[in-house]
Ligand binder design. Structure first.
Ligand SMILES: Cc1cc2nc3c(=O)[nH]c(=O)nc-3n(C[C@H](O)[C@H](O)[C@H](O)COP(=O)(O)O)c2cc1C
Length: 532
């Protein structure tokens, strides 16, 4: 039987939590608060640190073994490039003369650290932890990844295997000596809430999904666990689950070289720094977002599990195809998504010239038609996996209009929507929305979003984030440009797309041909690591 998403009524206290949260998001004003605390990165001062190999420009590329393998994987979240927007570039963007006093005094240049993943408002609320069974290069233990300095901070020594077994279910010891290690992806849900208020909770979960999607492109043998028991996972890392909590786990088979049954280390991890602003924001956070977070942490409802081999019942959850003939998309080309990560960036300007072949590849990799790893394939089969819809303005070889992507058959179905009218967002220049295509990541095919249980709601947003990152990587790989946008009118989008009842656009990506970025100086910090 096809696994069904959990629906209301759930356990006592859970009912209505998601709906109240969504109402609060809907009611919040579009204006950004005048001031809010800046995001701080988290560190564990005093804990032993293991620097990870840093493949700077000109250095030999990382290999696929030992610490190099971990380094390549974690660079998916580490700094990859420094970009400087010169005063000439700022002048071009703002229309202010670069010779004026403003640039000389206030904005001599604008520096940005670029990473493989985008994040709403560049808040990066995700944290990565490593529960490691031990190898010649890295002793067994639980580590925090300091993504600013690209190093591991030891929180606890000794093998975490027993705790991982409790968290993920025992597997038995494989004969080949492979042991279980894991990356645990946590979210700091209040890191962005000073700026984004209630909406920030949703945005932060998507951001962790983006990170999940990125890491899964580089872990061919991994198993993914969406929304594991948060209490057990947070305990393993010594987290205060209200301030920071584990949202997903990536299980990595590793070959351990340590005694498997060493007693677990019960020493509490050192105190972290960097969470003060999160706690301040939590004190001021939207009560419905806090209630939603607490409901998931309390573990009152079960996570929706993906069946790795669901029966092929056709697109049961998809709306029926319209009578118009579908557009047959060009054959999918082979793309190196892992290699594309180092150069990914969110476009701030788009040009016309996107071709149908490029769009076809982007949809195939992002929509689940072509999964590059087993874990990504599992995600694409999840009952809550979102679908992709498009508002096409200018794509060479495709008439403008509204379309639904069918990942099973790699087709575009014209939809009953009005097609692109006015852009559904005003956070970027109009030409960004009209130069190519706007791709929407749409929840649907299950009960309406407001009726999902809190845990299913989290899973949906993690899956959405993974699709965002796959879209961004596929764009980079085919030479297209993209910008994810969280702030847009879902009602306008639903109308223009012709979405069936119960379908909700969660995030959109503006796609087009890249434009030269005037006044921009970019320095690569790391080489590409496509052999990860
Ligand atoms: C889920 C999500 C939502 C976003 N929403 C917006 C948005 O509404 N407007 C915008 O200009 N950028 C948006 N962005 C892009 C971020 O601002 C961008 O990723 C961040 O500034 C880092 O820059 P980079 O992606 O170029 O590295 C979003 C990114 C993500 C992942």
């Amino acid at each position: 039987m096809e696994p069904q998403p959990q629906s209301r009524p759930g356990p006592e206290g859970v009912e209505g939590v998601v709906e109240r949260y969504l109402n609060a998001v809907r009611a919040q004003s579009a204006a950004v608060p005048a001031s809010y605390p800046p995001p701080r990165s988290k560190r564990y001062p005093g804990s032993p640190r293991t620097p990870l190999p840093w493949p700077g420009p000109g250095a030999p590329p990382l290999t696929g073994a030992g610490l190099d393998r971990l380094s390549a994987l974690l660079l998916g979240y580490g700094p990859r490039r420094v970009e400087t927007l010169t005063s000439a570039g700022l002048s071009a963007l703002t229309g202010t003369p670069s010779s004026g006093p403003v640039f000389a005094r206030v904005l001599p240049a604008w520096f940005t650290l670029r990473r493989s993943v985008p994040s709403g408002g560049a808040y990066y609320p995700g944290e990565i932890y490593l529960a490691w069974t031990g190898s010649a290069e890295l002793p067994a233990g639980v580590y925090h990844y300091d993504h600013v300095h690209h190093c591991l901070e030891l929180l606890r020594s000794a093998s975490p295997v027993a705790e991982l077994d409790r968290l993920l279910g025992a597997t038995g010891t494989p004969a080949n000596g492979a042991r279980r290690s894991a990356l645990l992806l946590a979210c700091r849900p209040w890191k962005n809430s000073g700026k984004y208020r209630a909406f920030g909770y949703q945005l932060g979960t998507i951001d962790v999904g983006v990170l999940l999607g990125q890491l899964l492109t580089s872990t061919p043998a991994a198993t993914v666990h969406l929304a594991p028991d948060p209490r057990a996972a947070d305990d393993l890392l010594g987290l205060d689950g209200v301030v920071e909590s584990v949202y997903a786990v990536i299980e990595l088979p590793t070959t351990a070289t340590v005694e498997p049954d060493a007693p677990p280390d019960r020493t509490p991890p050192p105190d972290p720094v960097g969470l003060t602003n999160d706690r301040l924001a939590l004190a001021d956070a939207d009560p419905s977002a806090v209630a939603l977070h607490r409901a998931i942490s309390a573990g009152g409802d079960a996570a929706v599990r993906a069946d790795p081999h669901p029966p092929d019942t056709g697109a049961a959850a998809s709306p029926p195809p319209p009578t118009t003939a579908p557009v047959r998309l060009p054959e999918v080309t082979s793309l190196d998504l892992a290699g594309a990560a180092a150069g990914r960036v969110s476009a701030s300007d788009l040009a016309p010239g996107l071709r149908l072949g490029q769009l076809a590849d982007i949809l195939a990799y992002a929509g689940g038609h072509r999964a590059t790893t087993t874990a990504l394939d599992t995600l694409s089969r999840h009952p809550l996996h979102p679908s992709l819809w498009c508002l096409v303005s200018q794509v060479d070889g495709l008439p403008p209009g509204a379309y639904r992507y069918d990942p099973r058959q790699h087709l575009l179905w014209p939809s009953a929507g009005t097609g692109p009218q006015a852009p559904t967002t005003n956070v970027v220049d109009r030409r960004m929305a009209t130069a190519g295509v706007t791709v929407f990541v749409v929840a649907g095919g299950h009960q309406p979003m407001a009726d999902l249980t809190p845990t299913a709601f989290r899973q949906l947003h993690l899956l959405t984030g993974a699709v965002v990152q796959l879209t961004a990587l596929a764009c980079q790989a085919v030479g297209a440009a993209a910008r994810p946008i969280g702030g847009f009118s879902a009602r306008d989008a639903a109308e223009q797309l012709g979405l069936p009842h119960g379908h909700t656009p969660v995030v959109q990506l503006l796609l087009g041909a890249p434009k030269p970025r005037a006044g921009l100086l970019a320095v690569a910090l790391t080489e590409g690591t496509s052999d990860a």
